[in-house]
Design a binder for this molecule. Structure first.
Ligand code: AMP
Ligand code: MG
Length: 461
């Protein structure tokens, strides 16, 4: 909890996005809330950013930090395959960017900060549950070593938001390498705004891919970053749930945690999202969808790079992804050298896991512990013959003991909603060291009991 006297009210903001032309955003401040109360401050992340604790009034959007030029970003996007030419930040405000201790520019954004010109029929607000959910999962992903936006703070607003029921409101302070999405490029492409596209590409190159010589190489970098990211998701059983193009970051970070989930029982077709009826964004579909989204990005760049270049860039995705995936699974299996049939061996294990309804995370952790259940004996014999000397430390760091299991997340959110934040605090603490055994928290490594299984997740927007 915050120490009094350590608050700051000004920030060394860069406001580089605000320097782009006015059609890139709508400038407006966050809308104040009734009774802000700090729920959580991420001191480790604050240190990484080189900033002191922010006043709760700033984190709630009730007062602007000096130097901030707040804005809502414009973007478009394909949602479940259908194109929406204007989405934009309907419930988020970019306060500005800060240079972190490594010299990297990071966005500071409030999410749930009130209506904007992009809100359409939404109220611009966020409920406590989804805010804490994003806090838990984003920070867990970061600890797992998976590129992600981060959670700097969560604040209760003292206001009620109306969804299917009245819920307590909250604001999340989100930190990102940037909030530029595939959908941001689509916004300008849909308007035939070639100058806008060029300026956006220049901005993305300068900020994320300074070694890229132009938009073609920028596209290569985005494709490579996404191939690596999706492979990492697949290696931990993460299902994003809403892989719309407006939820895909050009910086290659996981962004917009809605009805996301980590699988307990392994099944390739697993999906959790209540709004994903067709399973478009099911576990096994994620690489194909990423590729599809990146084709949408490439299309926006046609006026700048032409068809042949766009196609060549796009065609690289499958092998970049396969390379990243097999590197990831080789690490999980402790295989140091690469052999042609490695992925066959992985697939055989996954098939056996599906047939036995095995827990994804636990099976791989048991593999690292050399404590795989007997059901996998036949596979283990082949694996051991292939293994020679297992790289145990690589295996440990590729097979987490702790993931944000759905039943633990739900329990923490329900308790928080009832005013008890201790399960949330404990869960965040456990998940900050996913690869360590933490015997005192062993129960968090366990799959849900029969009565605890979460089948559906909701985005709660
Ligand atoms: P999401 O499904 O959260 O990625 O959001 C898709 C679009 O809906 C984005 O443009 C959001 O800004 C907008 N949106 C989501 N929830 C709200 C809300 N409560 N109020 C206004 N806009 C929203
Ligand atoms: Mg979104």
């Amino acid at each position: 909890m915050p120490r009094s006297g350590s608050y700051i009210r000004s920030m060394p903001f860069s406001n580089s996005y605000a320097r782009l032309p006015e059609r890139f955003y709508a400038k407006l401040p966050p809308t104040p809330v009734a009774a802000p109360r700090l729920i959580k401050w991420n001191e480790g992340l604050a240190r990484e950013l080189g900033i002191a604790m922010l006043d709760v009034e700033v984190l709630a959007g009730n007062r602007l930090a000096e130097g901030s030029e707040p804005l809502a970003m414009a973007y478009a996007g394909h949602q479940f395959g259908g194109f929406v030419p204007q989405l934009g930040d309907g419930r988020a405000i970019l306060l500005g960017e800060v240079v972190d201790t490594k010299g990297v520019l990071r966005d500071i954004q409030l999410k749930g900060s009130g209506p904007t010109p992009f809100s359409r029929r939404g109220d611009g607000r966020a409920a406590l549950g989804p805010v804490l959910r994003e806090y838990i999962v984003a920070e867990a992903m970061a600890a797992l070593g998976i590129p992600t936006t981060r959670a700097l703070a969560a604040v209760a607003t003292g206001e009620t938001v109306w969804r299917e029921e009245p819920l307590p409101g909250a604001v999340l302070t989100r930190v990102a390498s940037s909030h530029i999405r595939v959908g941001t490029f689509q916004y300008f492409a849909a308007r035939g705004d070639e100058e806008g596209l060029r300026l956006l590409a220049d901005y993305v190159i300068a900020r994320h891919y300074p070694d890229a010589a132009g938009p073609r190489e920028m596209l290569d970098r985005v494709i490579a970053a996404q191939a690596r990211l999706i492979a990492k998701w697949m290696c931990v059983g993460f299902i994003h749930g809403v892989m719309n193009t407006d939820n895909m970051s050009v910086a290659g970070e996981t962004i917009d945690y809605g009805p996301c989930a980590f699988m307990d029982t392994y099944h390739p077709e697993k999906k959790f999202s209540s709004i994903d009826e067709m399973g478009r964004y099911a576990y096994i579909n994620q690489p194909r969808i990423a590729h599809w989204n990146l084709v949408r990005l490439a299309e926006t760049l046609l006026p700048l790079i032409g068809e042949a270049q766009a196609q060549a860039a796009i065609d690289a995705f499958p092998s970049l992804y396969q390379d990243a995936l097999s590197a990831g699974f080789r690490a999980k299996l402790g295989l140091k050298d690469e052999q042609p049939d490695d992925m066959t061996m992985v697939q055989e294990l996954l098939d056996a896991m599906a047939a036995n309804e095995a827990d994804f995370t636990l099976t791989f952790r048991r593999l690292y512990e050399d404590a795989l259940p007997d059901t996998f004996d036949a596979w283990r014999t082949r694996w051991q013959a292939r293994l020679k000397d297992a790289d145990r430390e690589t295996m440990r760091l590729a097979n987490p003991a702790f993931i944000p299991r759905n039943h633990r997340v739900e329990f923490a959110l329900a308790a928080a909603q009832a005013g008890d934040f201790s399960p949330f605090e404990e869960l965040v603490q456990v998940l900050s060291r996913p690869y360590d055994d933490q015997p005192e928290f062993a129960k968090y490594a366990e799959p849900p009991g029969p009565g605890e299984i979460v089948q559906r997740t909701f985005c709660g927007t």
